[in-house]
Design a protein around this ligand. Sequence first.
Ligand SMILES: *Cc1c(COP(=O)(O)O)cnc(C)c1O
Length: 375
Amino acid sequence: MRFDTKLVHSGQRPEPGTGDLVPPIHVATTYDRFSQDPPRWFYGRGENPTREALEECLASLEDAPFCTVFSSGQAAAAAALSLLSPGDRLVSSDDVYGGTYSLFAEAERYGIRVEYADLADPAEVRRAVAGADLVWVESPSNPLLKITDLAGVAAQAHDCGAKVVVDNTFAGPALQQPLDLGADVSLHSTTKFVAGHADVLGGALICREEELHHRFAAHRTVAGAAPGGLDCYLVHRGVKTLSLRVARQVENARALAEALVASPMAADVRYPGLESDPGHALAAAQMSGPGSVISFRYRGDPEKLLASTRLFACAVSLGGVRSLIECPALMTHRPVPRPVRLAAGITDDLIRLSAGIEDAADLLEDLHNALEGRR
Ligand SMILES: *Cc1c(COP(=O)(O)O)cnc(C)c1O
């Protein structure tokens, strides 16, 4: 099966007995031992059939034998960190998701050594990954959409004996396949593109090595980070339209990025789909589309801009059907100290858009009116 067929068919076998074409939503927390032959289901924190149907689907999307789903992207990231022991060295992209920074700070309390490096700069990579046990890469990055050469980083990390986790949330499985590029683990906040409707939290770790999978599943069971059957059903329902949604989102993002480039009210437009973007060539080589997140500097009052769009909701998150606008300095990256933020290029006037699936003409009209303060 090819990707778009897997979206609809993987983990969706008709249910024996009833013929349900959608896997039933299992909500039981415990299972009767003598009604099973052989016994396979024990307790809901460890096993759940709706969860396993979703895992079968997400694994197949990245041509992997294994997927472990979690109650959120953060829970998935915490499970990935369980590969490390006290004294181990974690090397991470320096512009990872804000929650990832906070999680790494927690890991430091448990004796993990954490170092940040600009892994999007090939000259930095060899020095940075030497002596690492785990390399953590996010590409495209948030909010500046920096693109890292995933195959290059994976090869150098493996030379040093390190495992590689790629946070694939900003691309999603439709646009980027980190395992094919050499990563050991592909991490998703399924809250974003995979589920796509901003109505369920979830996370996933996809891998090809059985040992890694067992570690992640064991961590999930003991940490209690398992998603319930209803949440798994929602993610599995959402993913069926992933390709259709992402195709429209990319189309809309491209139109918005081009309009921003032409607008006197915007500067430094960052979108890997623009030929002028520093990540354009690399994104074209390792992704099958440039995604739907755009950032730019607004030559006006950011707070006023956030308050004046009508279709773009002022909210964090991304990848959903509805378009969003946010100001990282005021919202997603507010916990990052201002000097650190500024050094990373996250200026106070930086605005991030997430393109939804609405009609592009309506989005363009809304953005124009807001940019020019016509409200
Ligand atoms: C949202 C996000 C996460 C965390 O996922 P949750 O589902 O919110 O816990 C991790 N990484 C990236 C890149 C994200 O955008």
